[in-house]
Structure formats: C-alpha cells, structure tokens
Design a protein around this ligand. Structure first.
Ligand code: ASP
Length: 333
C-alpha cells in the first residue's frame, strides 16, 4: 500500500502495571521526561522521512538506556540474580522480523534484534549464540554489571522472600512484570513497524523467555496494523496477542480500538492474565488498552506535540483519532 502523504505517528509504552502508591514525584518526573525524550527522538526520524523501523528503534533505545524501565539498563533480575533480556522488531511493510532472547551482554537489545533482521538469515537468536552473532557484526559485548540497579536487586530480594512462602509455580503478582518498553510507528510512506524490549519478569527461572521477542505474541506488524504488548507474557504467548489484534483489524476489518480491547480487556483477563498494549493502524488510529492500574505510555503525531500519561484515570488524549492526512493526499482512508 503506498500513500502519497501520510501523517507519521509514533506510539510508545514503558510497561503496564504501574501502581499510584508506588510512585514518587521524582520518579514520575523522570518517567515523563524519558517518555517525552523517546517520543521526540523517534518522531525526529519520521519527520526526516526515515522509515517506521528507525523511529521504533530510536524510541526504544532511549528507554533501554533509562534505568526507570525494565529493558536494557534497569532490567529486572532472574531468580539466579542475572539480567536476561529479550527484544524484537518487525517491519510491517515486508513482514521481516528480528528478535533476541536471553541476551546478557548487549547494551541495546533492540539494536541486536534489528541486526538479526537485517544481517542474518534468521529471525530469532538466543543466549550465547545471539551474543556471538553480535560480535560478528561488530556490536560490542559489555559487562553484565552495567544493567544492575539497586532497586531491581531489592525487587528480586522481595520476590525471593515471597517465593519462599509459597509454591514455586504459584501465580505472581503484577509487580513482577512491569516496565517493559515498546514502540509502534507509521511513517510518511504509510508503512508500519513494531518493537519491544524487556528484562522479562523478576525472579524468572530456567531460561524463561516471555512474549516480547516472540513474533506474534508481544510484537507484530503487517501492512495494516502494528502492536507491542506488555504484561504477563505467558498469557500474551497463549493468546498470540499481537497477531490476534492485527488479524482482527486486517482480516476481520474490526476497528483497531475494538480489536485491541477484545484481546487486552477481555481475552487475556478472562484467562487470568493482565497487561496492556499499544496498537496503530495504517490510517494512524491509535489504541492503548490496558487492564492494570496504569501504563507508561505516549504518542506523537502531525503537530509534533508529545503526549504522555501514566495512570489509568489520566487522559492520554487519544479519544479522537489524530488529524487525517491533508486532503490532497490522493487517497481516502
Ligand atoms: N511481557 C514481559 C514478559 O513477560 C513483561 C512486561 O511486559 O513487563 O517478559
């Protein structure tokens, strides 16, 4: 599909599950500033006529570098006290995709996911193999201590104490999966892309891999729809959540908002899961459903003004779709 003059749009998230009483004014300020910066950096790519993939990559890299988010620096700890990160990116125009799982020495996992897509003949690489591939394309391996933050370490200590008091397979509460980052973008060519990056869930074990790097589960884009999810990954895998939303949009012709709400607000909670997602269609409609108290989120479009929100009762300004492309675009939505 080629559009003569599409208004670019970028939507980001920094994880679902935020709880108001856990926020401090300082954290709130830092999170809003980081989301704003990610929107600005990502949108600058779109403004310069770059592809949606570049906007997604740039926005996610900003959030990976910020310790307030569970991705890159500030990733949560596994049961064994390590940081094992997952990331994926997908180009809706070509259906090319790249993903990495369980990487421990890559500063920006989203960059490695993109390299997998662009420089390998595979879609998904894991662990040491992914890191060997990184070296083969000139990406340095860094010391794992870079990812450590004291706050995440304390979250693990708390989780370990809770574990000791119950069955190892018992359900985990929201606080264990929180702060994943993601982005979806529509570029001036009318092409969509999606990406997600995460440290996964605090206290995860046995090489657990979540939904974020699984194409179709936490990350998916095609010609008409792009989705990045965040939440209790096992449920996103079982519902193939991101793909499910996009199939409702592109195959069943459901409005984006309805499709996203059906999966995030109905299917996933009905199975006992929780979380949220950002979704974008080729006409620039945005949906940001979540079934948690809050979700770090933001979007930016034609007027270049970043919109950022955290709490569930906070207006994120997307009740109305963003302004349509100029009338001389030559194509009707
Ligand atoms: N979905 C991620 C995972 O399960 C966690 C999150 O979104 O916070 O690995």
């Amino acid at each position: 599909m080629s559009h003569a003059a599409v208004s670019p749009v970028l939507v980001i998230h920094g994880g679902a599950g935020v709880i108001k009483r856990d926020m401090t004014p300082a954290r709130e300020k830092a999170v809003r500033a980081a989301l704003t910066l990610a929107l600005r950096d990502g949108y600058a790519q779109l403004k310069a006529g770059k592809p949606a993939l570049d906007a997604v990559t740039a926005a996610i890299a900003v959030l990976e570098d910020d310790p307030n988010f569970n991705a890159g620096k500030g990733s949560v700890f596994t049961h064994d006290g390590k940081n094992e990160m997952d990331a994926a990116i997908m180009d809706g125009n070509t259906l090319r995709a790249g993903s990495v799982a369980d990487v421990q020495r890559i500063k920006n996992p989203i960059l490695l996911a993109r390299a997998v897509m662009e420089k390998s003949s595979h879609v998904m690489l894991a662990g040491e193999g992914a890191e060997a591939f990184a070296q083969s394309v000139g990406m340095p391996l860094i010391d794992p201590s870079y990812f450590r933050t004291e706050e995440r370490w304390q979250q693990l200590q708390k989780a370990l104490k809770e574990d000791a008091a119950k069955q190892p397979h018992a359900n985990v509460e929201t606080a264990k999966h929180f702060g994943t980052v993601g982005a979806v973008a529509l570029d001036s060519e009318g092409h969509l892309a999606a990406g997600t990056s995460t440290g996964g869930m605090t206290d995860k074990r046995w090489g657990r891999i979540g939904d974020s790097p699984i194409i179709g589960a936490g990350t998916y884009a095609n010609a008409g729809c792009a989705v990045s999810g965040t939440g209790w990954g096992e449920f996103y895998i079982r519902t193939v959540a991101a793909h499910e939303i996009c199939m409702k949009v592109t195959q069943m012709r459901e409005p984006l908002k309805l499709a996203a709400a059906e999966v995030i607000n109905q299917e996933i909670p009905s199975m006992g899961g929780n979380g949220g997602a950002i979704a974008l269609d080729a006409e620039g409609h945005i949906a940001i459903p979540f079934n948690t108290d809050g979700m770090y989120r933001g979007w930016i479009s034609a007027d270049g003004v970043p919109h950022v929100a955290i709490y569930g009762d906070e207006d994120d300004g997307i009740a109305e779709p963003p302004a349509p492309a100029p009338a001389d675009s030559g194509e009707q939505p």
